[in-house]
Write a protein that binds this ligand. Structure first.
Ligand code: HEC
Length: 152
């Protein structure tokens, strides 16, 4: 009796893990995205990079130094997923499959050394975002905003 109960709960566990995996539930900012960004992005978006406000006020100066806005916390990154600058993360990281001219976003290259690595890391970002759209904030409906999974 006890054994079959355990077998059934193991089955349920297995099923919910598969479900989570295919709906972005398995990918979180702290466990997956932040470590990935630490390796691929923080050279230019890390702790020494300017906060967004400061960056926006002196864009040219920071761009010349190859510094983008700081993206070290969940909240900072959310700005580029579904905040005022919604879709920026997706527009910059897209491999060209969803862009109008078929060219990749200008941060795609930093996703990895090889095309394979870039595609693998892109897939992790896609799973985390949950709703891969290149739309800007004024183009996103309230319903669409609900579709971003972005687990912390
Ligand atoms: C070699 C430096 C460098 C690396 C590495 C880098 N970036 Fe950037 N990034 C920049 C600079 C400089 C800008 C600002 C200039 C521009 O908009 O292209 C920028 C801009 C951005 C923007 C737009 C910000 C805005 O204000 O709208 C996003 C989103 C972004 N990067 C994401 C990433 C992600 C994610 C990674 C890692 C996969 C990454 N970047 C890696 C230098 C870098």
């Amino acid at each position: 009796m006890k054994r079959s109960v355990m077998a059934v709960s193991a089955l349920f566990l297995g099923a919910s893990m598969v479900y989570a995996g295919s709906h972005g539930g398995g990918v979180t900012f702290e466990n997956n995205i932040r470590p990935l960004m630490e390796n691929q992005c923080f050279a230019c978006h890390g702790e020494h990079a300017p906060l967004l406000e400061e960056y926006d006020a002196n864009k040219e100066e920071f761009e010349a130094l190859l510094q983008g806005p700081r993206m070290t916390s969940y909240e900072m990154v959310m700005e580029f997923v579904k905040g005022d600058d919604a879709g920026a993360l997706m527009r910059r990281l897209d491999d060209g499959a969803n862009t109008q001219d078929g060219a990749p976003g200008n941060m795609f290259t930093y996703l990895g050394e090889t095309d394979e690595e870039r595609q693998e890391n892109l897939a992790v970002f896609k799973e985390w975002v949950g709703y891969w759209t290149l739309k800007r904030s004024h183009e996103l409906s309230a319903e669409e905003l609900e579709k971003f999974t972005v687990h912390k």
